[in-house]
Design a protein around this ligand. Structure first.
Ligand code: HEM
Length: 407
């Protein structure tokens, strides 16, 4: 096995053997005078490990382009993720409205219903088996249900069902076929919307009516690209965050009390995301020779901006490897920074708040049913996120005067 310093010298963010030691290696790089380790694989790239450098790069889209935001490339275009200003600005201008907190709260009832249906299913599972598996029984169907409803927003019940199930398959299988089915459904819906676009005040309506650049409408590819970006950007990220929190809920006795605070998503969620950002890195391409810190980048160089590493930078976070809800100060970068800062951050917060509100209104006293160290962790772009969380818990009784007590 390689030592941490050897990993820094031959860093490979995709190497499964390096991954368990990656946080240590990134710390060694940050603190040991090698803040931009260079990877030989995947066409060669630098890794930006320090908070300051990650921020400096992400805030200069003119010098660090997002034209190829995934280190290993993308099979399809994912606007606005793979666009640079000025056209990127045009896309965000019409999309931002549909991902503002106020706008999204329009869907609160529907999202809550998704949560309540799943809580009922979980209750049946608990009754029959004494446990449930959080990621597949709750987090994946919840995030797919919420996203399907907001993005596809159709009154057609059959189509909603088809869309949610396609989104769920994209989340579990991630196969090209699953994304193709989504593209088909989106295509069908967009065709419908085109007949009467003014009747809709939602994402799909906007994709048909919005104009970019010199006032042109979006191309079919751009419209489908946005739908795919929303699904690709919204699924894994949110379900991983939800599942990581479930892991802490089932292993750390302090967490249940914190999540019972109705404001937890304002006061504690950011610390969960700092500690385990579910997008660990994104790629940029250097557009002209530029120096950041001591690193002289040449035009064409590739850089992975490592949000996970920035969130553990001791220059900005005391005891960065501890989950500490009392921490104040520097904002984390789990949602990115600069013009590409996450479009769906309010949506993620709303989903997480509703999911845990529904779950905790029915259950309490969450525990893992396997030893903590055996919890499988996911590999891929979402680093350090749990793959399955087998849980047991007790049912809460709500008495008539609204005071809750345990059975
Ligand atoms: C906890 C949940 C989430 C996390 C941690 C997260 C993280 C991120 C990060 C780090 C970026 C910046 C990418 C970059 O620097 O290149 C980003 C961008 C983006 N996210 Fe999220 N995301 C989450 C949820 C969502 C949701 C629910 C949606 C949509 C429904 C979404 C849609 C997007 C889109 C479209 C972009 C591209 C924005 C742009 O390029 O202007 N995300 N997200």
């Amino acid at each position: 096995m390689k030592s941490v310093n050897e990993i820094v010298e031959s860093i490979d963010l995709y190497d499964p053997e390096q991954r368990p030691h990656m946080l240590d290696a990134l710390r060694a790089a940050r603190e040991g005078g090698c803040p931009f380790p260079r990877a030989a694989g995947d066409g060669e790239y630098y890794v930006a490990t320090r908070y300051e450098d990650v921020k400096a790069i992400a805030e200069r889209p003119d010098k660090f382009s997002s034209c190829e935001p995934a280190l290993r490339g993308l099979p399809v275009s994912l606007a606005p993720l793979d666009l640079d200003p000025p056209i990127h600005r045009d896309f965000r201008k019409f999309l931002n409205k549909y991902f503002s907190r106020n706008y999204l709260l329009k869907y609160e009832g529907q999202i809550r219903q998704v949560g309540q249906d799943l809580v009922a299913k979980v209750a049946r599972k608990l009754e029959e088996h004494g446990e449930f598996e959080f990621v597949h029984d709750f987090a994946i169907p919840f995030t797919a249900g919420a996203l399907g409803r907001v993005v596809f927003a159709t009154e057609d019940a059959d189509l909603t069902k088809r869309a949610v199930s396609a989104v769920e398959r994209a989340a579990t299988e991630g196969t090209p076929e699953a994304f193709f089915e989504i593209a088909l459904i989106a295509g069908e819906l967009l065709e419908e919307v085109e007949k009467n676009p003014e009747s809709r005040d939602d994402v799909l309506g906007a994709l048909v009516t919005a104009t970019v650049e010199d006032g042109r409408l979006l191309t079919d590819d751009e419209r489908l690209g946005v739908v795919t970006a929303l699904l690709a950007g919204g699924l894994d990220t949110t379900r991983s965050a939800m599942s990581n929190i479930a892991y802490h809920l089932a292993t750390n006795p302090e967490v249940e009390g914190r999540l019972r605070n109705p404001d937890w998503w304002k006061v504690d969620l950011d610390e969960f995301l700092r500690f385990e950002p579910t997008v660990s890195f994104m790629a940029r391409t250097v557009t002209e020779d530029t120096t950041i810190g001591d690193c002289e980048f040449k035009k064409g160089d590739r850089v992975a901006v490592n949000y996970m590493s920035a969130n553990r930078d001791v220059e900005h976070f005391d005891n960065p490897d501890e989950l500490d809800f009392e921490r104040m100060g520097t904002p984390h970068v789990a949602f990115g920074v600069g013009v590409h800062r996450c479009l769906g951050s309010h949506f993620a917060r709303i989903q997480l708040a509703i999911a845990y509100e529904e779950l905790l209104s029915k259950f309490e006293n969450f525990r893992l049913t396997i030893p903590k160290e055996e919890t499988p962790r996911q590999v891929g772009i979402s680093y350090n996120s749990v793959e399955s969380v087998p849980i047991t818990c007790s049912t809460r009784n709500v008495v008539n005067d609204g005071i809750q007590e345990t059975v």
